[in-house]
Design a protein around this ligand. Structure first.
Ligand code: ATP
Length: 432
C-alpha cells in the first residue's frame, strides 16, 4: 500500500524531507530534513546507540572528520577500487551504471544505440585543502565512516580503558558520487551512516560475526519493524569483496524488492593491516596470555540513517478507515515517533487548562505538541499522519474528575487517565 510516491508526498507535505536547494531547481541525490524529519532522525540515532550499548558494555563512540587525506583512502582501497562501471549515451549524454542497462538495447532515454565503452568511475568526492593543488593538498570527503575508526584504533586503545574484544561506534555523514541516485533516500549522494567496528581475537571472530548478525536483526524488531519484512541474507562467496571473509545483509522488503538495509561484514584483519602497512605504525596488540602480538579481526555493522528512515516510513505507512473516514496513519514505534503526544482542549474555552498540562510535559524534555485548531477529528487525523502515538484531550469533565482522555493512534481506542499519571504513562511507553 505504501508506494514510493506516497511516501515522498507525505514527507514533503508534513515537513519530514525536502529536496535540497529546491528553490534553485534541486540538487540530485541530496536532501534537507525538515522539523519532523530532524526529530525522526534523532530518534533513529538514539535507538541505535542504545541498542549498541545494550549489546555490549564496552562500546565507545567516536566522531571522525569528514575530510581525509589521500593516504587514508589509498590504504583503505577506495582510491583503486571504489568504482562503479559506467557508460554514456553519446547521443543524449545520459549516463548509466552498466549493471542498470542492457548494452545490446537502445538508450532508455533517447531510444538510440550509441554507447561509449564501459569505464570505471570513482565515487569519491575529491577536493583541495588550501591554495596549493598537488597531491599533498588533495583530500576526499569520506565515502564511509569506518576508516576514521581504524585510523584511531590505537588512540582509543591508549586513551580509554577498553580491552579486546571491544567496539567503536560512529554516526556521521558519508558522501558517494552515485552515478544514478534514486528511490529517494535509498540511494543518495550525501547520506549518514551508523557504523560499529568490533575488534576481537581472530579465533573468536566467526562467533562474534554470527552474534552481531542476530543482534542487529533483533534491533529492527525492537524498533517496531514488521518481523516478516526483515531477513538476513548471507553473501555467496563470489559476491564478497576481496577483503571480506563473510558478509550478511539485513534486508527489508521494500516496494521495489528485498534490498540491503544494513551490512554486517567479517573484515578479517584487512583494514588494520592495510593501515599498518601504509602508515608504518604498528596497529597490532599484545596478547598477555600468549605473549604474542597480533592484528585484531573486525566485525562491522553498517547501516544508513536515511535508508532506515525510509524503511521506517514504508513499514509504518497505513491507510485505513475510521468512522467512515479514510485516514493515513504512520504506525511508528513510540520510540521513533517524532512527536510523542499531542495535547488538545476539546474547545478553545478549555485551552488554558490543556496548555498548562502540555507545558509541564514539554518541560520534562518530551517532544509534544499543542493543537487547538479545527475539529477534534481533524486534529486526530493530523497527528495520525505524522505518527503521534497518543492524543490527550481536555474536556468538560476534566476539571471535576482530574482526568483527560488518551486516544491511541493505531486502534483509535480512548480511555480516561488521571492527569497526574500522564508523565509516568509516557515515560513507560517511550522506552526501548
Ligand atoms: P549498496 O549495495 O546498496 O550500494 P553498499 O553495499 O555499497 O550498498 P555499504 O558500503 O555496505 O553499502 O554501506 C553500508 C550502508 O550504508 C548500507 O547498508 C546503506 O544502509 C547505507 N548506504 C550506502 N550507500 C548509500 C547511499 N548512496 N544512500 C543512502 N544510504 C547508503
Amino acid at each position: 500500500m505504501a508506494t514510493l510516491d506516497k511516501i515522498v508526498a507525505l514527507c514533503k507535505r508534513r515537513g519530514f524531507v525536502y529536496q535540497s536547494a529546491e528553490i534553485y531547481g534541486g540538487l540530485n541525490g541530496v536532501y534537507d530534513f525538515g522539523p519532523l524529519g530532524t526529530l525522526l532522525k534523532q530518534n533513529i540515532r538514539a535507538s541505535w546507540i542504545k541498542s549498541m550499548m545494550n549489546m555490549a558494555d564496552n562500546i565507545v563512540m567516536l566522531e571522525g572528520a569528514l575530510l581525509g587525506p589521500y593516504e587514508v583512502w589509498k590504504a583503505s582501497g577506495h582510491i583503486d577500487n571504489f568504482n562503479d562501471p559506467m557508460v554514456d549515451c553519446t547521443n543524449c549524454k545520459h549516463r548509466y551504471r552498466t549493471d542498470e542497462i542492457d548494452l545490446q538495447k537502445p538508450c532508455p532515454h533517447c531510444g538510440i544505440i550509441a554507447w561509449t565503452e564501459p569505464r570505471q568511475f570513482n565515487m569519491m568526492f575529491k577536493t583541495q585543502l588550501g591554495a596549493a593543488s598537488d597531491q599533498a593538498s588533495t583530500a576526499y570527503l569520506r565515502p564511509e565512516t569506518a576508516q576514521a575508526i581504524y585510523i584511531n584504533f590505537k588512540n582509543v586503545l591508549s586513551t580509554t580503558r577498553v580491552k579486546i574484544p571491544f567496539g567503536i561506534a560512529q554516526i556521521g555523514k558519508a558522501f558517494r558520487n552515485e552515478i544514478t541516485p534514486k528511490q529517494f533516500l535509498f540511494r543518495m549522494r550525501e547520506f549518514e551512516q551508523m557504523e560499529m567496528e568490533w575488534f576481537c581475537k581472530p579465533e573468536e571472530s566467526n562467533d562474534w560475526f554470527e552474534r552481531w548478525a542476530q543482534a542487529r536483526k533483533e534491533f529492527y524488531q525492537a524498533i517496531g519493524i514488521t518481523p516478516e519484512r526483515i531477513r538476513l541474507r548471507s553473501h555467496a562467496p563470489d559476491e564478497l569483496a576481496h577483503y571480506s571473509q563473510a558478509c550478511i545483509d539485513v534486508e527489508y522488503d521494500f516496494p521495489f524488492g528485498w534490498k540491503e538495509l544494513e551490512g554486517i561484514a567479517h573484515r578479517g584483519n584487512f583494514d588494520l593491516s592495510q593501515h599498518t602497512k601504509h602508515s608504518g605504525k604498528d596497529l597490532g596488540v599484545y596478547d598477555e596470555e600468549t605473549k604474542e602480538s597480533y592484528i585484531p579481526h573486525v566485525v562491522e555493522c553498517s547501516v544508513g540513517v536515511d535508508r532506515l528512515f525510509l524503511t521506517t516510513l514504508f513499514d509504518a505507512y497505513t491507510e485505513d478507515t475510521v468512522e467512515d473516514e479514510e485516514r493515513v496513519v504512520l504506525k511508528l514505534s513510540p520510540v521513533l515517533a517524532p512527536v510523542k503526544a499531542a495535547f488538545m482542549p476539546l474547545t478553545k474555552k478549555l485551552s488554558d487548562q490543556a496548555h498548562a498540562i502540555y507545558s509541564t510535559i514539554r518541560a520534562r524534555g518530551i517532544m509534544v505538541q499543542f493543537d487547538e485548531s479545527g475539529s477534534i477529528g481533524k486534529r486526530y487525523r493530523r497527528q495520525d499522519e505524522i505518527g503521534t502515538p497518543f492524543c490527550f484531550t481536555y474536556d468538560f469533565d476534566s476539571e471535576t474528575t482530574g482526568t483527560v482522555t488518551v486516544r491511541h493512534r493505531d486502534t483509535t481506542f480512548q480511555e480516561r487517565i488521571n492527569i497526574d499519571h500522564i508523565n509516568t504513562f509516557l515515560t513507560e511507553k517511550l522506552s526501548l
